[in-house]
Design a binder for this molecule. Structure first.
Ligand SMILES: [Zn+2]
Length: 85
């Protein structure tokens, strides 16, 4: 099994033809900041099919670079950018 799918849970599904097939429930891990590596809060994780069903406002915070940078790193980046002008 591929290492990044080891957290996935196996479940047995019956296909329309009556055959029992092993299927994997893919789970994603918590998102981390691209700068400092801190766990991002407010970003949905876990079962991908469940996450896609959530409204957009519950999947990601509504701010620039949400899901990539933590608020502290974003603050630092904006300040650095403004000061360089
Ligand atoms: Zn950060």
């Amino acid at each position: 099994m591929r290492p990044n799918l080891r957290v996935s849970k196996k479940r047995i599904v019956r296909t329309p033809g009556g055959v029992r097939v092993k299927r994997l429930k893919k789970k994603t891990s918590k998102a981390h900041c691209g700068e400092c590596g801190a766990v991002l809060s407010g970003v949905a994780f876990g079962n991908q099919s469940e996450v896609r069903k959530l409204p957009r406002s519950r999947r990601l915070p509504s701010r620039v670079h949400a899901g990539y940078l933590c608020p502290e790193c974003l603050k630092k980046k904006i300040k650095a950018k403004v000061r360089s002008i």
